[in-house]
Design a protein around this ligand. Structure first.
Ligand code: 3PG
Length: 209
């Protein structure tokens, strides 16, 4: 778990990707890598997600590849079999979390309440997903819960983009931010990979300042 968290922290940004057609997977992965973000969370919100994970993993074995919106142990198994290095879930589902722990698939489970965070701490988690970040209280909420839970780190997603990325990442407990702003469906569907690369570069440059 710690190894993948370190890689995620180094990248700092996780593009959340929902793919309607797995044929996009390869050019998309290349666009992200060219933009300086060798990382993707491919969601299970579409049937093509699993196929896209396999394609990306085969072509770019070193990419930091996660499966997102993992809602059931069955999806967690599919994610692992497809080659995902980690899973992400929007909420804290004990069945999913326990499957991942038992099967060595690192998972970043969603937590927005202190109760959920304590469940995660109890199971030894060092990082959780804070989603939907902006709607749930933003970085100030994370700062507040970091007082009682200094052992927790956060991957914030939901409502994050160039306008507030730095606000989150400048707080040390936020190891990364995720979001769909880098790979909007309209860009993907129109094959505008150059624009995806440009958005990635913009995000990377923004956090280096
Ligand atoms: C996620 O699954 O992390 C979110 O859908 C990302 O939220 P966003 O679309 O507001 O970036």
């Amino acid at each position: 778990m710690r190894g993948i968290l370190e890689k995620i922290k180094k990248t700092g940004i996780i593009p959340v990707v929902t793919i309607d057609d797995a044929a996009c997977a390869l050019p998309l992965a290349k666009a992200l890598i060219d933009g300086g973000i060798p990382c993707a969370e491919v969601t299970f919100r579409t049937a093509e997600g699993e196929k896209a994970l396999k394609i990306i993993k085969e072509a770019y074995p070193d990419i930091i590849l996660g499966a997102g919106t993992v809602l059931t142990p069955e999806q967690a198994k599919k994610a692992k079999d497809a080659g995902a290095s980690f899973a992400v879930s929007p909420g804290f589902n004990p069945k999913v979390v326990d499957w991942c722990l038992a099967n060595d698939l690192p998972i970043i489970p969603g937590c927005i309440t202190p109760t959920e965070m304590e469940r995660a701490i109890e199971r030894g988690f060092e990082a959780v997903k804070f989603f939907p970040a902006e709607q749930a209280g933003g970085v100030n909420f994370i700062k507040a819960v970091s007082e009682p839970y200094p052992m927790l780190n956060f991957v914030a997603t939901g409502g994050i983009g160039p306008h507030n990325l730095e606000d989150y990442l400048s707080f040390p407990k936020v190891i990364a931010c995720g979001g769909s702003w880098l790979v909007k469906p309209e860009l993907l569907n129109a094959g505008r990979y150059d624009e995806i690369t440009r958005l990635c570069k913009e995000a990377v440059e923004g956090i280096r300042i």
